[in-house]
Design a protein. Structure first.
Length: 260
């Protein structure tokens, strides 16, 4: 459905910061490059206002204009975003263990944190011949479907779990668990077993085995997973390597804490 052009009154009611954030949020995996008019329409901002804000963002480096005159996220924004302590510190500590997991299996290795009711992927190592995955570094996904999301959700605060269970649970495949009662039991099993399995819940041909990473106070601050082809996968065997990597990462992060 096309977005209606913003009214002048609506434009005036938004703060400058709100307009800038709306412009940046208009970009996504399916819309990495936009014309000025497309960007204004997606952000709900008038073209003249978008032109002024975009000029400032381009000058600062948050946006870049390509030879085709389309606008893209600039390297300066990536540079600033990479300083986020939850991403930078976690990634630096985890990367040696993620690389070891990849060398051991040559399968997809993923590392993620929880942000509210979503999982955010901080790092990913993709095997050349491994099963294709939909995730990307910096991408978000629902907690209830992915291996890392399930591992984090199982150890999240009760109020977070209840929010997820009470909300609509989108189905990505015919195997995605969307029944709150079934999901509740899955979370209990994950806490008992120490690892999560997502079998065909994101794509039917992929199976993910994930383990949480705990801080010194017992808070699950991140999760690590292997994503392999579902056919012939042996989750319990994979879990041994993944849980070992999770313990190693935890030892490298003695002072990190998960924000509320």
């Amino acid at each position: 459905m096309p977005v209606p052009p913003p009214s002048a009154a609506a434009d005036r009611c938004r703060t400058v910061t709100g307009k800038v954030l709306a412009l940046l949020a208009a970009f996504g995996p399916d819309t990495p490059a936009l014309t000025l008019s497309e960007l204004a329409r997606r952000a709900g901002i008038s073209v003249p206002t978008a032109h002024r804000r975009v000029s400032e963002l381009v000058a600062w480096g948050a946006l870049e204009r390509g030879p085709d005159r389309r606008l893209r996220i600039g390297l300066r924004l990536w540079e600033v975003g990479s300083l986020a302590p939850r991403g930078l510190g976690l990634r630096e500590a985890a990367l040696p263990f993620l690389e070891d997991l990849y060398e051991l299996t040559h399968e997809n290795v993923q590392f993620a944190v929880r942000d509210g009711l979503e999982v955010v992927f901080v790092e990913r190592i993709a095997g050349r011949h491994a099963v294709p995955v939909l995730t990307r570094v910096g991408g978000r996904f629902a907690l209830h479907a992915t291996g890392v999301g399930l591992a984090l959700l199982a150890h999240a605060a009760p109020e977070v779990q209840e929010q997820v269970l009470a909300a609509p649970l989108p189905a990505y495949t015919s195997k995605t668990v969307t029944d709150p009662m079934v999901l509740r039991q899955m979370l209990a099993d994950i806490r008992r077993d120490g690892y999560a399995v997502s079998d065909g819940q994101v794509t039917l041909d992929a199976l993910s085995v994930a383990a949480p990473i705990f801080s010194a106070d017992g808070t699950a601050i991140a999760a690590v997973s292997l994503v392999v082809r579902a056919d012939g996968a042996q989750p319990a065997a994979l879990a041994l390597a993944i849980r070992g990597a999770a313990r190693g990462i935890a030892r490298a992060l003695p002072t990190l804490r998960q924000p509320c």
